[in-house]
Design a protein around this ligand. Structure first.
Ligand code: ATP
Length: 305
């Protein structure tokens, strides 16, 4: 990343919220030009609030928010909100054209800009059907096209893959990657672990309005878990007393509903062999896997609460 290029977003010592108690306090976040930065965290952590501060939808009570500097004033931030911001009676092409006008693009440039934005998200094949008749996945593509048409310096994509199939996810990931390769910065908010792993350069893990960790996903996973693997036993019903005591003896801890027992350790395969007889007798399934981003979020937010 080029340090001489201004960041796409800087939130510095920000305090912001809705009622009396702030949601974000002393909150710092920088999204560089050329990177996709994903904010992860449990429900209510403050991710959408940070996005709203970034695009000026809620004011900063303290600190400073600077977004999209270096772009024309009206098109500098592109927002693809979680609840698609589209006119349902209009087609994707008409919606994207309307946003192009709102962004202040010169009239003569608009048709090419609209085609480009529709092509980036693969929306062109359904671009002339009314939005209300499109499936959720096509609406998501149109929603992202509308955010991209003004060539924003900062793109904010809030849950862009909600209700989207695997093929569309690949296209949307490429659209975000191409956008940042062209020089924008992207703030991505997503609960979609696979999408974030494929798309983000850096992630920030947020809980209760505080950033708990940030960095490249692989580095954070390595730092949190090292060589440990996760043993997961899934049960159709809570374990019998005998099985529960055997799982506990082997170091596994139950979920709140008692349907899942877990252990994070370097010898997860050995532990799996030890608990397999009880798991089989209970009709359960045993799996060993590498911890992923969802595990990282749970691990960091549990440790901070
Ligand atoms: N419009 C609002 N008015 C009042 N409080 C709100 C409003 N929107 C969010 N909040 C509160 O702010 C806190 C953070 O919410 P926010 O939507 O930013 O979390 P989030 O991390 O995006 O959650 P999720 O993953 O569920 O979308 C929550 O306690 C929420 O109840």
């Amino acid at each position: 990343m080029d340090a001489s290029v201004a960041p796409a977003l800087v939130l510095k010592d920000v305090e912001a919220g809705y009622g009396e108690g702030p949601v974000l306090r002393d909150f710092n976040l920088t999204v560089a030009a050329g990177e996709v930065y994903a904010l992860l965290g449990p429900n209510g952590a403050g991710k959408s609030t940070a996005a709203r501060v970034a695009c000026g939808l809620i004011p900063v009570r303290r600190g400073r928010a600077t977004a999209g500097e270096g772009a024309p004033r009206r098109g500098r931030i592109g927002l693809a909100p979680q609840d698609c911001a589209l006119f349902p009676a209009l087609t994707p092409r008409e919606n994207v054209a309307a946003v192009a006008a709102l962004c202040g693009l010169p009239r003569s440039n608009r048709p090419a800009a609209v085609e480009r934005a529709l092509a980036l998200t693969g929306c062109a094949p359904r671009a002339d059907e009314p939005v209300h008749s499109l499936s959720g996945g096509w609406r998501r593509r149109a929603n992202l096209s509308a955010a991209l048409v003004g060539r924003p310096r900062l793109l904010i994509a809030d849950e862009p893959t909600e209700g989207v199939d695997a093929a569309a996810r690949v296209v949307l990931s490429s659209a975000l990657r191409e956008t940042v390769q062209a020089g924008a910065g992207c703030l991505l908010i997503s609960h979609d672990e696979a999408f974030v792993s494929e798309t983000a350069d850096r992630i920030g893990v947020l809980a209760q309005g505080r950033l708990l960790a940030e960095g490249p996903p692989k580095a954070l996973l390595r730092q949190a878990f090292g060589l440990a693997r996760l043993l997961v036993v899934k049960l159709p019903r809570p374990a019998s007393r005998l099985a529960a005591s055997r799982f506990a003896q082997s170091g596994l801890a139950p979920s709140k509903d008692g349907l899942e027992w877990r252990l994070l350790c370097e010898d997860a395969l050995g532990a799996a062999q030890r608990v397999s007889p009880e798991a089989d007798a209970e009709g359960g399934e045993v799996a060993v896997r590498r911890p992923g981003l969802d595990d990282l979020v749970a691990h960091l937010s549990d440790a901070s609460s």
